[in-house]
Design a protein around this ligand. Structure first.
Ligand code: GLU
Length: 300
């Protein structure tokens, strides 16, 4: 594999709970790919959705990463400290007439069809201006009519027609918080991320992010979406599905299970984290990662 010192990858957990097996898979896949390619690996706390996040969870995630032997480059970027930057990005889009205010309430949109992620496909009510007497609640991005396609290193070709599959999406929410899509695009650009390796639950968000990058004149990183760990009901492991946190006193079994989940076939008998890292760095191959979006997992 060619060494490329310009490679910059990242792990971007949302601190809504402790690090569990599902996020360990994303941390490990993104870190190993960056390290094996001679690149840097950064960590970012995606706490833009502040009501769902906590400083305690952020601290617990970093502690767990440390206990697992992860080392990241530079300071951890924290989204809740970057609101001024997100405002600047939004203002640029407003000035370019790419973003517009939306007065629609949840109730008014209740009948609209839903996108893959459960959000409504916005029917464009406020696209050409607010009806008289309405006041702005959120800001949306005006999407184009073209199909956005990209080649995912694991999942293959992905295409999405934003206009019909997603609609004009929210950049600044009605509750005053910036949307993940805007924050992640600004952060990936500002951190100089060249390669995004993350869970396939974000595959359907990627065309939105690419469109936003184009609107802002940012370059588009390469993407690789790892299968996500799901429980027997097919739900992503998360705090909501009561995924157990990683055992800090004995993190080796989870580390080895994550390697196995990612198709790397670690040998039995890896005796310490040091040995497991050494084996993983010598043997990691993205080509062995299962080319599916979800894998049921007994760590659930
Ligand atoms: N914060 C997101 C999560 O924890 C990941 C976002 C990303 O990697 O772009 O699911």
């Amino acid at each position: 594999m060619t060494k490329s010192s310009s490679y910059r990858g990242r792990f971007a957990p949302s601190p809504t709970g402790p690090l569990h097996f599902g996020s360990l898979v994303a941390a490990l896949g993104s870190c190993l790919e960056a390290r094996v390619r001679g690149g840097q690996w950064l960590v970012r706390m995606e706490d833009v959705d502040e009501p769902r996040c906590s400083a305690e969870s952020a601290a617990a995630i970093l502690r767990t990463l440390e206990a697992l032997g992860f080392e990241w480059h530079g300071e951890v970027m924290v989204q809740s400290r970057r609101k001024a930057r997100y405002r600047e990005v939004l203002d640029g889009l407003i000035a370019a007439r790419l973003a517009y205010p939306c007065a629609c309430t949840r109730k008014e949109l209740a009948g609209a069809p839903l996108a893959h992620d459960g959000a409504v496909i916005y029917p464009g009510i406020c696209r050409n201006g607010l009806a008289s007497g309405k006041s702005p609640r959120a800001w949306r991005l005006r999407v184009g009519d073209e199909t956005i396609g990209f080649d995912d290193a694991i999942q293959g070709r992905v295409c999405q027609r934003l206009a019909t599959e997603v609609g004009d999406f929210v950049l600044l929410r009605a509750d005053g918080y910036f949307a993940y899509q805007l924050a992640v695009v600004a952060d990936d650009a500002d951190q100089g991320i060249t390669h995004v390796v993350r869970g396939a639950d974000l595959l359907d968000s990627t065309p939105r992010q690419i469109f936003l990058q184009r609107c802002l004149g940012f370059s588009t990183p390469a993407y690789a979406h790892l299968p996500v760990a799901v429980n027997t009901a097919g739900e992503k492991l998360s705090k909501q599905t009561l995924a157990p946190p990683i055992d800090l006193a004995d993190p080796l079994p989870a580390f080895v299970a994550a390697l196995d989940f990612l198709g790397q076939q670690p040998p039995v008998g890896l005796a310490s984290l040091g040995e497991a890292w050494e084996w993983a760095l010598a043997n990691w191959s993205l080509d062995r990662v299962p080319r599916v979006r979800a894998v049921p997992c007994c760590a659930a």
